[in-house]
Design a protein. Structure first.
Lengths: 114, 115
């Protein structure tokens, strides 16, 4: 079946470091791809999304490009801040008959130290 | 425009009691989704509802769990005779339309603890 694999954490970085969190998915169809962020004790917020190949989603300095050839949607940020400390989830939506269902990765905990 | 609202934010129940979780979608959203997050895991889809209809409940345990989204009022996720394994965070999301490009907007969650 469809699945998504996220880089396991935890990830600990110093402020202003470069961030990459890997996300790959099974190559079944052409899903829409989402990154959500969960701050401590809160719900999930959409960080960015891309709905077709080669699209780049971006928000708050974060970017991710929909790579069909490698079935990947890696999250990047050039210079992280302490306030970026959170759990990040990659979540494809495969569409088709279940085009309402997000499938979440296990999440990657990011801690940014001053 | 208020976001998705969930209450209570925290709920403590003893084994065998009932838990009732409420979700008010964003204004203008008629599609509601419930997800469960077990400790240190990602979210798992439970159920998708539109007003007065359950569209897909394939992610819900077949016993003790039920969901509704009435014509008036919030969506309710009901867990009867709770057990310790039901302890989790339950998130509701809503969207204005159905489709794989649609963004789902999440509420703050209800954290259920079963003693």
């Amino acid at each position: 079946g469809n699945s998504v694999t996220q880089m396991e954490g935890p990830v600990t970085l110093s402020e202003e470091a470069f961030l990459t969190i890997n996300c790959t998915y099974t190559a079944t169809g052409y899903p829409s791809l989402f990154w959500y962020v969960q701050y401590p004790g809160e719900g999930l917020q959409l960080l960015l999304k891309a709905t077709k190949a080669d699209d780049k989603g971006s928000n708050k300095g974060f970017e991710a490009t929909y790579r069909k050839e490698t079935t990947s949607f890696h999250l990047e940020k050039g210079s992280v801040q302490v306030s970026d400390s959170a759990v990040y989830f990659c979540a494809p939506n495969w569409g088709g008959g279940s085009n309402y269902k997000l499938t979440f990765g296990k999440g990657t905990l990011l801690t940014v130290n001053p | 425009n208020a976001g998705v609202m969930q209450n209570p934010r925290h709920l403590v129940r003893r084994r065998g009691q009932e838990a009732r979780l409420r979700c008010s979608p964003m204004k203008g959203h008629s599609h509601v989704y419930w997800y469960r997050q077990l400790p240190e895991e990602g979210l798992k889809f439970m159920v998708y509802l539109q007003k007065e209809n359950i569209i897909d409940e394939s992610g819900m345990p077949k016993e003790r769990f039920s969901a509704e989204f009435p014509k008036e009022g919030p969506s309710i996720l009901r867990i009867q005779q709770v057990v310790r394994g039901d302890s989790a965070a339950y998130f509701c999301a809503s969207s204005p339309r159905r489709g794989n490009q649609e963004t789902q907007y999440f509420g703050p969650g209800t954290r259920l603890l079963v003693l």
